[in-house]
Structures are given as C-alpha cells and as structure tokens.
Write a protein that binds this ligand. Structure first.
Ligand SMILES: Nc1ncnc2c1ncn2[C@@H]1O[C@H](COP(=O)(O)OP(=O)(O)OP(=O)(O)O)[C@@H](O)[C@H]1O
Ligand SMILES: [Mg+2]
Length: 773
C-alpha cells in the first residue's frame, strides 16, 4: 500500500479506493471529508488517470490551492498543475472563455462584481423613474440573482404569470422589466455577472450537445466538496457533466448546510442516491479535529434539529476543556474580554496569532473586536469585508484594465472616463448613453464614431473624448504583446492616476498610492506564477479573471500570522485551535430575521454547529447584556443555543445560577460596575418608544464609575496561590471560604462558600478575588 493511504482510517480509505462509479460521503464535521477528496485525487492519478480528466469543485479557491498543494506532495507538482480545481465560478468562467462565442459573448467578456451589477440596477431604476424606496437596488439585485440560480431566464419569467404575480404582490410589478433591462445591458457591455457564470454554463451545456460531449469526455472524474451547499444551477451542471461516465464523488454534511438563503438546496445531498445508478454511500464517524468536549457539545446542539440525517460523530482526542460561556456588559467589554483572553492564552501556551479565530453572525460585529485587538497590539485580519480589489483606487486601475480588454464594458468606462478629470461631464455622458441605447451600440463605439453621428457635443469635448479613446486603444495594442505587469504599470503611470493621488498629498492619498503599488506587485507575482503553468501565459485577461473571482478569503496568507475575524458563513471548512463565537444573543444569533419558521431556525442551528466545530482545542461563547441594534442600546438575552449545549460540556464563567439573574448593580469580569436599571430604560415598555439617542461615551463612563466603594481593586486570581481553607473576598459575593480547587492551568476552578452568595464555582483565571488569609 502506498504510504499516503496509511494516513487514512479504514472508513476514509474505502471511498478513496473505489475508483469508478457514483459515490457520496456523508459525515459530520471534522471527519476527513475534504481529506478523502484530496487523497482520492492523488490515488486516481497514481492509478494512471490523466489529471486533465479530473475536475474538483471546492467551496473556496483557497481550499482548492491547499488540496493541490497536498496532492503535489504525493504525486509531484508537475502533474498536479494540470488538475482543474477551484470554485464553481472560477472553473466555469474558464470554460465559458473558450466557448463564449457560441453564446454571443466576446471571449474577453468582463465579469461584473456585485458592485458593478448593483450600479447597473441603480441606473435602470433611475432611468425607468421608479421609486427607489420601493425598488431598493440591493433587493432587486438579490431577486434577479435568485431567478438566475433557479434558471429562470427573462423569457421564462415572462412565460410564468405566477412569478409576475408574486412580484406584484411584493409591490414590485415592474421587476420583470428591470430584469430584462439588466440582462440586456450586461449583454451589450459584454459582461457576465457572478450568477451568469453558472446560468450561461447551463445554457451552453443544454443548447450545444457537442460542447456537452466534449466536457463530459474531458471530465471523466468529478469531485465536489461541500455538496450540501450547491444550488440548483450548480447541481444541474454537475449532473450534466457527470451523466456519461457517472464517476462522481460528492462529500458533504447535511448538518452544515447554511446557504439556503442564497438558494442552496439541501435536497441535492438527500436525493443524490436517486440521481445516479448504483450509488455507494459512505459514512465517516471519527472526528480528528476537535476535543471530546467540543464534539459532544456540537452533537448535543444539532440533535435539536428535526430535519437531519442520523449520524454518529465521535473522537478519540482528549476531553479538553469545556466550552467557556461568558457574559459581558456591552460589545466593547466583549471585545476587551476576547482580546485579553487571546493574549493570555497565547502567552501561557506559546501560541501564534493565527491559532485564534473570532467568528460572528454579522459583519457589523467586527468593529468592537477590532478596536480591542488594536488596543492590545494583536495583529488581526478581517476576511470577507470589502476585498482589496474593491477599494476605490484599485477599482479605478482595474477599470482601465478592464476597458482596454473589453471596450464595451460600460461600468468600467463610466468609472474612468472622467477620472482623473478630463472635462467630460455628466451631460455629455447622458447624451452618449441615450445614443448608445438608440443605436444598440456600446458607449465606447458611439464615442469612436462621433464624427458620423449627429450628437449635441461641442468640439472641445469631442477632442477630449477622442483623446480618451486613443489612449485606451494604445493600451490595448500594448496588451497584445506585453505581459499583465507591463500593461498595469503603464496604465497607472500614463493615465495620470498616480499623479492625481500624489498631488492630493493627504495620508489617505499616500495610502492609496501604496495600495496601487501593492496591486502592481500582485500583478508581477501573478505573471511569474502563470508563466510556470502549461496553459497560461500571464496575460492581462488571465489576471483580470483571477481578480474578478478572488474573494478576500482567497488571498494567500500562509505567512500571515494574524488572528482571523470572519462571519461563520465564511468559516465553513476551516479549522482553528481556539475559536471565539461572539454575540451569542437572541435576535442576533439566531438572527431575528430567521425565526419565522422552523426551517429557518434549523438553518441558524446548523450555522451554530458549523461555528462550534471549527474549534480544535477550545471554544468560547460570549454574549452581552445590552447591545446597540439599529442605533439603540437594547437589552440582549442569551442565545437559546447556549442553553442547548448539554450542561456537562460547558462552563459558565459567571456562576450558572446567576445566569439569568440581573441585579441592579452588576459586576462584569473587569470589575466595572454599571447601574443596569439605567441601561434598561432603553427597552420599550408598554408601547412607549425607547429613547432613540445613544448614550454618549461620557455617560457610559459615568455609569461605570458608580461602583460600590471598595478599598482596592481586586486582581484576577490566576497567579495567586489559592488552596482549600483560604478566606477570600469577591466584589459581588462578599467574603467566602475556599472549599476545593479543581483543574489545572486555564481550567483551574475554586469552589467557594460565600457568605452572601452560597457555594459558587469560579474560574480562577477570571474571577477577581482578594485573598484575605
Ligand atoms: N485519518 C486521519 N488521521 C489524522 N488526521 C486526520 C485524519 N483524517 C482527517 N484528519 C484531520 O482532521 C481534520 C479535519 O479533516 P477535514 O477537514 O478533512 O474534515 P471535514 O470532514 O472536511 O470537515 P468539515 O466538515 O469541517 O469540512 C484535518 O485537520 C485533517 O487533516
Ligand atoms: Mg471539509
């Protein structure tokens, strides 16, 4: 047996060794599904399967890179290079480039990102003179996106009166027209949006049998990770491509299906056995990632879902510490707690920053975490915020690059035609836009042909437009012979972009110049990397495609030793030794918007399962007592998911019998006291609207100062030697006697009999006790 096969257990090895046929691996988190896919590819190659015949679809490009890296170690990198591995979007964008002409697109079609798409929609809503409060562009965008992912084309839309009715019911009777206008504009601009990459692939495979056969023959072996989160459009692509040979291996976990809100269909995994002949079903049960406490805690939670496949997940790993639950006063305190805890854990165990992750339900929660980490000088990185490529100055450069590759690209044109300023105003642009519509041409073509058109544009503006077009054409010619770096560098210098920022001279301007430099370095790296590949040359088109589909997640960060901050959705498939799940509050997690139906609540619970199972060694859950929501400070209740973790697997840092008890004067772990009755006034009472103003920092500070007079601030006890029999004093529970000390290190607890509070168990590392004797 090859050595690498010994790195699998028997259950994992079985699907790896089954070379042909349809198979599904259903298994809980951390049981090695991704490992099975990786090793299966290596094994296929060892069995003589040509890497050109293997297609692997992953959830992120980063995951694909990591798999490729491991496969290279097993089979050698020259072979692994030829594998087609990546996200659905990146793989099928590549395929569409080859076949674009069949669908009437240029092969250099632009990929519109969400910003571009939304900007097109905004323009349409404006042109149609619709009420923008009714037709909110983001909502319209996601509606169009869901049509596309359900394969409802414009034609299909108008053939189905029910859809029109549904939109009319939602007070958007003109959705269909917007949809049509949007599709037309994108097509005219030679642009596909993200959803088109799947929709058009389906169209291609349906309408052109020869193309379908070509790719069926090419991709003899297909593998899909995270199959539970495929949407209908993706499902159909996989089904079509694998139909001939039926060598398909999908892995997934129904308990981790968390993208239903974006059209993912859990039935794809449940129905897999009906879709193919002789499906082999494999189950993996041993979790290698996490401690017993984490695995069991996660099991006890997911058990509460009714819709699920029964699965066993166990681990031979250590018990590990229990899940720590902590309550904080505000998100600011929550941030400080997390930052201090990371700092302490790191120091005590000699860990790196990238051993830690902070996960949250909504992006807005990152700010408090960032503030606290910054104050403690802990380097961090936020994933999934505005990606580097969406920053203004970067998008400006990229828009020039997009335009020179595809002059029809209207979003790019609008962005740069008058930046840096060239005296081409909005009126001119409006006239060009109308003419473009009238002649069914792109704006660029209209500008090119100005001399032959009767437009009300004066001579000096015509000269300016002429100069602009000539500059772009000059770049286009350059790009035909030069690599991406040379072109990008020339564009940054010759368009006046850099000068403009230099002139600006502000720190922001300088930061922007640095970002452009970083972009250019990135292009250079890309070119070097591409030159090693068999089927790539480092051209600008290749670079732009890479960028269009890069998410923030995909940036190579192997040398990046930082705490990771991201939403739980993004954390899928990843693992970290220490995980903090923050904002464990009702209405936040589970989200208020997801509590209307049982199935929505179950999806939130699966999300929590995903979050918990990212942790290898320890998980922390935090919640606050009051949080700003929609500009108001409101009372927060602990998330039901905390309660749902079986008691034996969790520990409350604040004694449990105190859990729901809300005293007037409350002590948080930092010893700051706040008169909670003041904070609670903000909760609506008897229909009276709460005061909508936010207490100022000053007011909060004042509230915090109202401590009971205490002689000396108590210190956290983790460094104090404490043993049974000691007399101690606690700020809230008063004097007490230590009965027993349990646990070691991080987990050390004292059982104390307090005069005022009875017997409590406190984690010494956080409890602030004064030792009296
Ligand atoms: N047989 C094994 N021996 C040792 N380690 C293993 C084994 N199988 C998996 N692992 C390790 O366990 C961890 C989890 O594996 P993997 O990421 O493949 O699980 P998964 O089922 O894909 O998880 P998720 O459901 O979160 O995507 C990884 O660090 C992996 O390297
Ligand atoms: Mg995985």
């Amino acid at each position: 047996m090859e050595a690498y096969l010994a790195e699998l257990n028997d259950a994992q090895r079985a699907p790896v060794l089954q070379k042909d046929g349809a198979m599904i691996v259903i298994a809980g988190a951390g049981s090695g599904k991704t490992r099975v896919l990786t090793y299966r590819i290596a094994y296929l190659m060892n069995q003589g399967v040509d890497p050109f015949n293997i297609l692997a679809l992953t959830f992120t490009n980063k995951a694909a890179r990591e798999m490729k890296h491991r496969i290279s170690q097993i089979v050698g990198s020259s072979e692994a290079k030829n594998l087609w591995m990546g996200t659905f979007h990146s793989i099928f964008a590549k395929m569409l480039r080859f076949e674009a002409d069949k669908l009437g697109y240029p092969s250099n079609f632009t990929i519109y990102d969400t910003q571009d798409s939304q900007s097109v929609i905004r323009a349409i809503i404006k042109d149609m003179q619709l009420d923008k409060d009714v037709y909110k562009y983001k909502q319209v965008y996601s509606r169009i996106s869901s049509y596309k992912n359900s394969l409802i084309t414009v034609k299909a839309y108008f053939q189905n009166p029910e859809l029109k009715e549904a939109d009319a019911m939602a007070k958007k009777p003109r959705m269909g027209e917007i949809y049509k206008a949007y599709v037309d504009r994108c097509f005219k601009a030679g642009a596909m949006d993200f959803d088109d990459l799947l929709l058009k692939t389906n169209e291609l495979l349906n309408r052109f049998p020869d193309v379908l056969h070509k790719y069926q023959n090419r991709f003899r072996y297909i593998l899909v990770d995270e199959y539970q989160d495929t949407n209908h459009s993706q499902y159909l692509i996989v089904k079509a491509l694998s139909d001939k040979f039926q060598n398909i291996c999908v892995v997934g976990d129904d308990a981790q299906s968390i993208y239903a809100f974006r059209g993912a269909n859990i039935n794809n995994i449940l129905n897999f056995q009906k879709d193919y002949d002789n499906v082999q079903m494999y189950r993996l049960e041993q979790n290698y990632r996490s401690t017993k406490n984490i695995v069991n805690a996660a099991n006890s939670v997911i058990d509460k879902n009714q819709t699920k496949l029964e699965k066993v997940v166990w681990t031979a790993n250590d018990d590990g510490p229990k899940i720590v639950v902590n309550r904080l006063l505000t998100d600011g305190e929550e941030g400080r707690f997390v930052a201090s805890s990371i700092f302490e854990t790191k120091m005590q165990n000699q860990l790196n920053n990238d051993d830690f992750a902070i996960l949250y339900r909504t992006n807005a929660q990152s700010r408090a975490m960032e503030d606290a980490l910054r104050k403690k000088d802990i380097p961090y990185r936020i994933y999934g915020g505005l990606s580097f490529y969406q920053r203004k100055e970067i998008k400006d450069v990229l828009s020039y690059l997009r335009l020179l590759i595809n002059p029809k690209d209207e979003e790019a044109l609008k962005r740069v035609i008058n930046y840096p300023t060239r005296g081409i105003g909005q009126t001119t642009m409006d006239r060009l836009g109308i003419a473009a519509n009238q002649y069914g041409k792109s704006m660029f073509e209209v500008i090119e042909n100005l001399d032959h058109l009767d437009l009300k544009i004066n001579k000096s503006t015509r000269t300016k437009l002429d100069n602009f077009v000539n500059m772009i054409k000059h770049f286009t010619i350059l790009s035909e012979n030069a690599d991406a770096y040379t072109v990008a560098d020339t564009v940054a210098k010759k368009t006046g972009l850099l000068q403009e920022l230099k002139k600006d001279g502000t720190p922001e301007g300088i930061a922007r110049i640095e970002n452009i430099e970083e972009l250019l370095n990135g292009v250079k790296d890309f070119v070097e990397g591409q030159k090693e590949l068999a089927d790539a040359s480092g051209s600008l088109s290749e670079f732009l495609e890479d960028v269009a589909l890069a998410t923030d997640m995909d940036k190579d960060t192997s040398d990046d030793n930082k705490v990771a901050l991201m939403t739980i959705h993004l954390a899928k498939g990843l693992e970290f030794p220490y995980v903090y799940i923050v904002g464990m509050e009702e209405d936040l997690f589970p989200s208020a918007m997801s509590m209307n139906t049982r199935s929505e609540l179950e999806e939130e619970r699966r999300l929590f399962y995903v979050a918990l199972t990212r942790a290898e060694k320890q998980a922390y859950l935090t919640y606050t007592q009051s949080r700003y929501r929609w500009g108001k400070l409101v009372d927060a209740e602990p998330s039901r998911f905390i309660e749902e973790i079986d008691d034996q697997f969790k520990d409350y840092m604040i004694p449990q019998d105190d859990y729901k008890y809300k005293p007037l004067i409350d002590t948080d772990i930092f010893g700051d006291d706040v008169d909670k009755s003041k904070l609670r006034q903000t909760k609506p009472k008897n229909g009276t609207p709460p005061p909508s103003h936010k207490p100022t920092e000053q007011q909060l500070r004042k509230l915090r100062k109202m401590k009971p007079a205490s002689s000396e601030p108590a210190k956290a006890t983790n460094n104090i030697q404490l043993e049974a029999g000691n007399e101690v004093e606690h700020m809230r529970f008063g004097k007490g006697k230590v009965l027993k000390i349990d646990g070691v290190g991080q987990d050390k607890k004292a059982e104390i009999d307090f005069e005022n509070g009875g017997i409590k168990k406190l984690l010494l590392r956080f409890a602030k006790l004064k030792v009296l004797s």
